[in-house]
Design a protein around this ligand. Structure first.
Ligand SMILES: C=C(OP(=O)(O)O)C(=O)O
Ligand SMILES: O=S([O-])[O-]
Length: 264
């Protein structure tokens, strides 16, 4: 899953590569229905900076399966691991069709699955069974902690979030996403305006190894905060496709917000 360097980049005498340890510096892109040609174009310029791509919520279920397959192949050809959104898993779980869902995901070429309970309730025991089942079927497991509804999400204490993150990692999740939705407002570590709740971030960082999480951070101020706090190789998710290059510049200290403030 490690990405190629960029020896042939323009102006490369002015910049430094980002050196990443395995499992760090992850950028997860949120794909809301990018067309296959647009995606090829996008990956040509920014694929080397993307590690994971989430086909957001149930978007992969409302267009032709051949297009899904083509896009999955494009991602994989660029060293990106694509996976269907957690909400689609939740739909399958609620309909009691997990086996069919995994078979279809496999047929389409997906090699990772997100397990979340953003819109439905899944008891811990059932969550564990699902994680085990998905792993046994040969998929990489990415889990998510948080609810889609800000009021429900607000019922979580930071301690409960931390415990669930640790629990999922112990169950064999590759990474745990900290929910922020596409908007990044009023959920998890963000207030209603999208500002970072710094004390909550600190409490999470004090309790777990932050390499185990991917902070969903769709907004620029959120990306900047997390880069300055945790460094260039903080794991970030829900990055809009058109913001991948911009994020890479911020990670490398090549934009005013982080210039001279990150170590590579
Ligand atoms: C985009 C999201 O939803 P889903 O996992 O359903 O794709 C998210 O959780 O941030
Ligand atoms: O549906 S979303 O924005 O997680």
């Amino acid at each position: 899953m490690e990405k190629q360097g960029d020896a042939m980049n323009a102006f490369n005498f002015l910049t430094q590569d980002r050196v990443k340890e395995p499992g760090t510096g992850i950028t997860m892109m949120l794909d809301k229905g990018t067309g296959p040609k647009m995606l090829e174009d996008l990956l040509e310029i920014s694929g080397e900076h993307v590690d994971l791509a989430k086909f957001g919520w149930c978007t992969s279920a409302v267009y032709n399966e051949e297009i899904v397959k083509t896009k999955v192949e494009s991602y994989k050809a660029h060293g990106v691991v694509p996976y269907p959104g957690g909400t689609l898993f939740e739909v399958a779980y609620t309909q009691n069709k997990l086996e069919e869902f995994l078979n279809e995901a496999d047929k389409l070429g997906f090699e990772a699955i997100e397990i979340s309970d953003g819109s439905v309730d899944i008891p811990l025991e059932a969550r564990d069974e699902v994680i085990q089942n998905v792993k046994d079927n040969g998929f990489m497991v990415i889990t998510e902690v948080g609810k889609k509804d800000p009021q429900k999400d607000g019922e979580y204490t930071t301690q409960e979030r931390v415990e669930l993150i640790e629990h999922d990692i112990n169950m064999g999740a590759y990474k745990v996403l900290i929910e922020a939705r596409e908007g990044g407002k009023g959920i998890g570590i963000y207030d209603n305006a999208g500002n970072v709740k710094k004390d909550d971030v600190q409490r999470i960082a004090d309790s777990i190894d932050v390499k185990n999480v991917i902070w969903e951070a769709p907004q620029k101020n959120q990306q900047v905060y997390l880069i300055l706090k945790f460094g260039a190789n903080v794991n970030l998710g829900n990055i809009p496709p058109e913001e991948i290059i911009s994020l890479e510049t911020m990670r490398r200290g090549l934009r005013g917000d982080t210039l001279g403030k990150v170590n590579l």
